[in-house]
Design a protein around this ligand. Structure first.
Ligand SMILES: [Zn+2]
Length: 508
């Protein structure tokens, strides 16, 4: 049987506001001693009253705008009633029928994924189950942390889509600086709803799957406990396979919530899923509804450039290729750093180019080469060095100005690649100016042909067998001779020039 794979996402993100959602407790309790960042409000003592965190509302509006949502003029909070030990009030304050943001979309793999809503709620506490103990512990530090929930239509159709959607949303949250959105730390929790339906037997209407004729829809399974993008992809793929197998064998699927066991690489049954009315939602009587008309107009002006737009701009304005542009925009700090380097480099080349061209013409003349250098030196080499040190571009000692100066040395062939790597390492460690490092060290490229000539002649006379091989047509052995020359000059020779000179001497 052929099935369509239908996936919808629910993503919870903790907002990094200073205080909690409905009280003035610090919102940084997760690394603190249990039950130290709590008060009567967030643990739900009778007679206490919640107060709405304005920052959290503003950030939910901004996030909504970032994914093209309509922002409600009128919104309210509701009580979602259920009992669980990590929920001290016996209900969670959430939003039911009038969320802050509605009807947005994100483009993933050239598909438009509809976002049904983004609403605001409060996080719960945390249960701890000590090993071999016959009791559980509860930590309420997290209770009341502002939590933003995004719900998509079932518009995704593969594990890759699901992963890419989460990645793109994480980028947006980080660009807006509203959440650190670290999946490993539970700051961003992605759940996938997956169902398999027979081809041609269903249709989508208003973001819901509806059966055609007498077809009975297969239930959707909710996947939880996924704490990395990789796990997301694996879990969804596993679930697609599992459901296909059950259906093909004539078995029945139940509507359930399944967890993901990353070690076993399997999903497992957690509980049967409640439907919405079990929660007895009703408007929160202790909070006023909000009118957002003025606030949203004010916020619209604060929306920064978002990752997808930035990516397009890096491609069209600078000429980065798609792979590099994708890599750059994952980290807003990296993108900012690169733009500063480009602008420093541009300033330098515009003053050092003595031709009568306009500034734009000068830039256009050298743009391709400069972007290639940035791609090679900043993204690959520096990126690699930072990565091996588990670093972060925003904390490195190399200023954009120094990096631009470093690129200028390469651009002018003053240093070769081998020296470049060494200088870059020193810059990274000491934060020094590259010209100072160059002056103090022994890095300047040997361009002088007469100095090189002596070295090359010696190499030729030292390696008669290799020379013989070359003359007999095995031209690839020249690499060995080039290598000898580089060794002899401690990497300071220009390998292109060495090759030219070698060939000249060998064929003479
Ligand atoms: Zn509190």
């Amino acid at each position: 049987m052929q099935y369509d794979i239908i996936i919808g996402m629910e993503i919870h993100a903790q907002l990094k506001t200073k205080s909690k959602m409905f009280c003035s407790c610090a919102n940084d309790g997760e690394d603190k001693k249990p039950n130290t960042t709590i008060c009567e409000v967030c643990v739900g003592h009778p007679g206490t009253l919640p107060v709405i965190n304005k920052q959290a509302v503003e950030w939910t509006i901004l996030t909504g705008m970032a994914v093209g949502c309509e922002i409600a003029d009128f919104t309210k909070f509701d009580r979602k009633n259920y009992f669980y030990p990590d929920l001290p009030k016996g209900y969670q304050i959430a939003q039911y029928d009038l969320p802050i943001s509605l009807n947005g979309h994100l483009n993933i793999n050239d598909k438009k994924i509809k976002i049904i809503r983004i609403h605001l709620e409060e996080d719960t506490g945390k249960l701890l189950h000590p090993k071999n103990a016959n009791y559980s512990l509860v930590d309420y530090n997290r209770a009341g942390t502002p939590l933003m929930e995004l719900v998509t239509a079932p518009d995704l159709s593969s594990a890759e889509d699901a992963k890419n959607f989460c990645q793109e949303y994480q980028k947006i949250l980080r660009y807006l600086n509203v959440s650190d959105a670290n999946m490993e730390k539970g700051q961003m929790r992605c759940e996938a709803n997956i169902s398999l339906q027979e081809k041609g037997k269903w249709k989508k209407s208003n973001g819901e799957i509806k059966p055609l004729n007498n077809y009975k829809l297969n239930p959707k399974i909710e996947l939880k406990n996924i704490n990395s993008f990789k796990a997301m992809e694996r879990a969804v793929n596993y679930e697609i396979k599992r459901q296909t197998k059950v259906l093909n064998e004539g078995g029945k699927l139940i509507q359930e919530t399944r967890g993901w066991d990353d070690n076993k690489g399997q999903t497992y049954h957690q509980r049967e899923k409640e439907s919405a009315h079990d929660y007895r939602y009703f408007p929160e009587p202790d909070l006023p509804p909000l009118i957002l008309t003025e606030l949203k107009e004010k916020l619209r002006k604060k929306l920064p450039e978002l990752p997808q737009t930035k990516k397009e701009r890096f491609i069209t304005e600078y000429g980065f290729n798609k792979i590099d542009a994708n890599f750059i925009v994952v980290d807003k700090n990296l993108a900012d750093y690169i733009e500063k380097v480009i602008s420093e480099f541009r300033a330098w080349i515009e003053t050092s180019d003595k031709s009568k061209k306009t500034q734009d013409e000068i830039w256009e003349t050298h743009r391709k080469k400069i972007i290639r250098l940035i791609s090679n030196w900043l993204i690959n080499k520096l990126g690699g060095l930072i990565k091996t040190k588990n670093g972060d571009i925003s904390k490195i000692k190399i200023t954009p100005k120094n990096f631009a100066e470093f690129l200028a040395l390469i651009f002018q062939n003053k240093i070769n690649a081998a020296s470049g790597v060494k200088i870059l390492e020193i810059m990274l460690k000491q934060g020094k100016d590259p010209s100072d490092i160059l002056d103090s060290g022994d890095f300047e490229q040997i361009q002088n042909k007469s100095a090189l000539n002596q070295i090359i002649e010696k190499i030729i006379s030292d390696n008669p067998k290799i020379v013989e091989q070359y003359k007999n047509g095995k031209v690839s052995v020249i690499q060995f001779l080039i290598g000898q020359a580089m060794k002899e000059t401690k990497g300071k020779a220009n390998p292109v020039i060495v090759k030219e000179m070698l060939i000249k001497l060998l064929i003479s």
